[in-house]
Design a protein around this ligand. Structure first.
Ligand SMILES: O=C(O)c1ccccc1N[C@@H]1O[C@H](COP(=O)(O)O)[C@@H](O)[C@H]1O
Length: 216
């Protein structure tokens, strides 16, 4: 199976074009967050999304947790996929699905310890895909992604082996560890932000070596 790639923290139409040119299957646009390097204003996200060609998916990363707020966020920007980076109740996910039946839901699980395995398998019941990242929602200023850190991939492997939906692996990925991540975790897709950036900008040379590492 071909490993899909999502390039996150897209900050302009030019970055979107570059990531798609190298083979990105999905682009991530980061809405307001308590922390992280890739945050954009909703108006900027709404300007970038119409430039993303089909069939490339547009993921809106939202830190909203209440159904009306998640729905309103999607409507402001028009993404076809919602990446829920914080902990969202099952009932809220059901309400979002009912209100936005054509929008895909990707639920993020931050891999802190073994309890993440059960959390992920339960979250999969209200998700089109899971995304395993390395944030820490328990901190005073929450980290909900974009940390540049890898987590315990043995736990991610357990989730991939048992999940009923596709699983993306994120957190500290780059050309240096992409092949090992694919071999050890066998995810549906890889998702990365800082590993293809230099001084915050999408770096074509890093994109090139990353895609070579993934596809050879
Ligand atoms: O990048 C951010 O600013 C961000 C903020 C809050 C939640 C998620 C965020 N980005 C996501 O984090 C992963 C991993 O980032 P990295 O590769 O470790 O730098 C990234 O792919 C985005 O999905």
């Amino acid at each position: 199976m071909r490993t899909r790639v999502k390039v996150c923290c897209i900050s302009s139409r030019e970055e979107a074009r570059l990531a798609v040119a190298y083979g990105a299957d999905a682009l991530g646009l980061v809405g307001p967050m308590p922390s992280g390097p890739g945050v954009l204003k909703d108006a900027e996200i709404a300007r970038i999304i119409p430039g993303i060609p089909p069939p490339v998916a547009s993921f809106l990363l939202t830190s909203e947790v209440a159904a009306p707020d998640i729905i309103a966020h999607q409507k402001r920007v028009g993404a076809n996929t919602l990446q829920l980076v914080d902990s969202v109740e099952a009932a809220a996910c059901t309400a979002v699905r009912q209100a936005l039946p054509t929008v895909r839901l990707v639920r993020v699980i931050h891999i802190l310890d073994e309890t993440a395995v059960e959390e992920a398998l339960q979250a999969a019941e209200q998700a089109d895909a899971l995304l395993l990242d390395s944030g820490n929602p328990n901190l005073k200023v929450k980290q909900l992604g974009g940390t540049g850190r890898a987590h315990n991939w043995a736990l991610s492997r357990k989730i991939v082996a048992q999940a009923t939906v596709p699983v993306f692996l994120a957190g500290g990925l780059s050309a240096a560890n992409a092949a090992r991540a694919i071999e050890e975790v066998q995810p549906f897709g890889l998702d990365l932000c800082s590993g293809v950036r230099t001084a915050g900008q999408l770096d074509e040379a890093k994109l090139n070596v990353f895609f070579q590492a993934v596809y050879g």
